[in-house]
Design a binder for this molecule. Structure first.
Ligand code: NPQ
Ligand code: MG
Length: 369
């Protein structure tokens, strides 16, 4: 392929309800879609982060500049373009995995459409549908939380993840266990809100039989997470701290994590995500697919990834309606607690033109056009 045009389409889509985590409250999905046009096909992707660097160091406005000034030019000069060449072409630029992932994924979508191949086939998927978990934000009160969990279970979600922070941890977990029983697949996510000094406190969660505790300590503190794991029985799962397959291999080797959250955006794209899956699987470490409140454009490729054999735990791959009254693609709908893996070429979805137009805040050409 040859790159002809790259465009960013900034969108703002209201969430059905505010989503609160230990790093802040989201009320709108505010990001950009990346649209690439090549000589053979077009592709789409979604930048995964927020306008503010709160979940990670990347943010919307910065990512657009990095793409425009550093990433797209390196890809535009490749004599032939495939998704596998994007990573090597941009490796001289430090960090910016989410921006790199957006570029690689849009190129991959175009490439696979030119072959007529679904992403799930390209990645080696072994399932046609994947079980759906749901991430439940921090609430003002336990009764509100129990109402939310009850509603998600009634909708069919097969696993509940509670967002926690100091002051909202043991009590909500106990309440959910008391109300919904010991058999409910339940896990928690702290988004880096604790320190090693909280180890004895976090050990109080051991009695609740959680599947895992996600990213309790600060980002990239593998040593701290290993120390914590030696003091608690709940399996530690890393999210923010894992940026590539090498980090993941090191974290597993030092017992800093016994479960891995794979977010393709956080690790530079679907090719590195598959390598992480392979490393974890070789060690017998379960992986699951995380979520970033994606629209259908980001959700579709995550479902393809989550259909790989090592994804043995339900992910945060929820239905469109979990976040949006109206999605910018055909909505993903929960059926019997599962979502279908897209089976048409590329990521398998594209923006609905009318809906996209209504949610669009700005469009800019980064290359060509
Ligand atoms: C997590 N996701 O696992 C993330 C955190 C998260 C579904 O819990 C905009 C950008 C909003 C990034 C919301 C879930 C976000 C975001 C939540 C990341 O840690
Ligand atoms: Mg997380």
């Amino acid at each position: 392929m040859k790159l002809e045009r790259v465009e960013v389409v900034h969108v703002a889509i209201p969430l059905v309800s505010p989503f609160r985590t230990s790093f802040g409250t989201m009320t709108t999905k505010d990001t950009f879609l990346l649209h690439v046009v090549t000589d053979t096909a077009e592709g789409w992707s979604e930048f995964a982060a927020d306008p503010q660097p709160r979940y990670c160091s990347e943010f919307v406005a910065g990512a657009e500049l990095v793409l425009r000034d550093f990433l797209v030019p390196r890809v535009a000069t490749l004599p032939t373009l495939t998704a596998a060449l994007v990573g090597p072409a941009v490796s001289g630029i430090k960090g910016h995995e989410l921006a790199k992932a957006a570029l690689e994924t849009a190129v991959l979508d175009a490439e696979l459409r030119s072959y007529g191949m679904p992403l799930a086939v390209y990645l080696g998927a072994v399932r046609e549908r994947v079980p759906a978990g749901v991430s439940v934000g921090i609430k003002d009160s336990v009764p509100e939380l129990l109402d939310d969990v009850e509603r998600y279970l009634a909708e069919g979600y097969v696993r509940i993840k509670l967002k926690i922070e100091p002051g909202w941890d043991v009590e909500p977990v106990r309440a959910v266990r008391e109300r919904f029983g010991a058999a409910l697949p339940l896990q928690v996510d702290a988004n880096t809100a604790y320190t090693l000094a909280d180890a004895e406190h976090l050990r109080r969660l051991d009695e609740f039989g959680l599947l895992l505790i996600e990213e309790p300590l600060d980002e990239n503190n593998l040593y701290g997470h290993a120390r914590l794991q030696s003091r608690i029985a709940t399996p530690v799962c890393l999210d923010e701290s894992l940026h590539n397959a090498r980090d993941t291999a090191a974290a597993i080797a030092m017992d800093a994590c016994r479960v891995v959250n794979i977010k393709p955006a956080r690790v530079g794209g679907y090719l590195e995500a598959r390598r992480i899956h392979d490393v974890a699987r070789a060690h017998g470490v379960p992986v699951w697919c995380g979520g970033m409140l994606e629209t259908g454009i980001g959700r579709a490729p995550n479902l393809a990834l989550a259909a790989l054999p090592g994804f043995t735990l339900p992910g945060d791959t929820s239905a469109s309606a979990r976040y949006f009254a109206e999605d910018i693609t055909e909505p993903f709908v929960l059926v019997d607690g599962h979502l279908p893996v897209p089976r048409t070429p590329g990521i398998g979805v594209e923006p609905l033109p009318d809906v996209l137009r209504r949610f669009t805040r700005a469009r800019r050409d980064l290359y060509g056009g």
